[in-house]
Design a protein around this ligand. Sequence first.
Ligand SMILES: NC(=O)c1ccc[n+]([C@@H]2O[C@H](COP(=O)([O-])OP(=O)(O)OC[C@H]3O[C@@H](n4cnc5c(N)ncnc54)[C@H](OP(=O)(O)O)[C@@H]3O)[C@@H](O)[C@H]2O)c1
Length: 292
Amino acid sequence: MTNPTFDRPILVTGATGTVGSRLVPRLLAQGEAVRALVRDPESETATRLRRAGADLAVGDLTALDAAAMTELVAGTAAVIHLAAAFRSGETPEQSTAVNTDAAVALARAALAAGVPRFVFASTNLVYGAGQTTLATEESPLLPSTFPSPYPDAKSAAERALQQLDGLDLRVIRLGFIYGDGDPHIEQFMTRPLDWHPSRRLQMVHHADVAQGLLLALRAEGIGGEVFNIADDSAVTLAEIYGYMGRELTPEMNARAVTDPWFGMVDNAKARRVLGYRPLFPTMRQALDAGAM
Ligand SMILES: NC(=O)c1ccc[n+]([C@@H]2O[C@H](COP(=O)([O-])OP(=O)(O)OC[C@H]3O[C@@H](n4cnc5c(N)ncnc54)[C@H](OP(=O)(O)O)[C@@H]3O)[C@@H](O)[C@H]2O)c1
């Protein structure tokens, strides 16, 4: 355990999700106190977090009124807002309710509770379709062609959060998350993809997601800033197939190459401002380290 940075707990929403369930133990190991928002305190993951030392708060963000949200945040030092809905075929209304409206309501409650530091987990998908080079944090957020309302709901949340006076906002745009036993890549491979094998996926290992979130949590004087947090290099679909021991088919090479910059981001600002240095700069290095 190291010396904590904060003298009050960090509120982590989405604590039982794939990111939260790995981030909370890291925060605890660094000596931080954690208030973990969970929907089911009896779940295996919530139980594991409680046993590891997290203080559980129970609630569904779409069901809490302003007073309950303020109570949720009161007495904490900062919020890491991970809770999101994007895995279950959400309707645009459901996506907006969780990914936009709940984020903004929580940030308002944090302000009301005197807790302005707010780390918001966003996604590289907000850059949308048709970028013409690696996206930096200054790139326009273009309309999405992603088959889900999620990217646009996250963009809307970012815009709304940036409007909240006094919020010490840190927006973290994460790539496709993998590693640490997360089955995300296997799930990705079961999707009906029409990608040419040369198309790339911009990934980020869980260890580096935690690194990026915690650097952003602790940095001073970065209110309102946005950071891309991703591996140093993207991997092609062909490489992923190779790493996973799968064969490419001739049919795949006949596919069109579309939107080659989709999801591709530059992490230079995070390196420069936060001192972010990916522990696993590429998926190859995570494989070699046995960190998948
Ligand atoms: N995974 C990725 O590749 C990826 C990439 C880019 C950005 N991100 C962002 O990173 C963050 C974490 O993602 P993740 O992969 O950990 O997501 P996840 O595994 O789907 O977890 C989402 C979490 O949000 C909670 N949640 C959903 N709706 C809620 C509600 N109404 N009230 C309270 N909690 C609610 C879920 O609770 P339950 O456990 O009870 O279901 C779960 O803990 C998200 O903001 C996501 O947008 C993820």
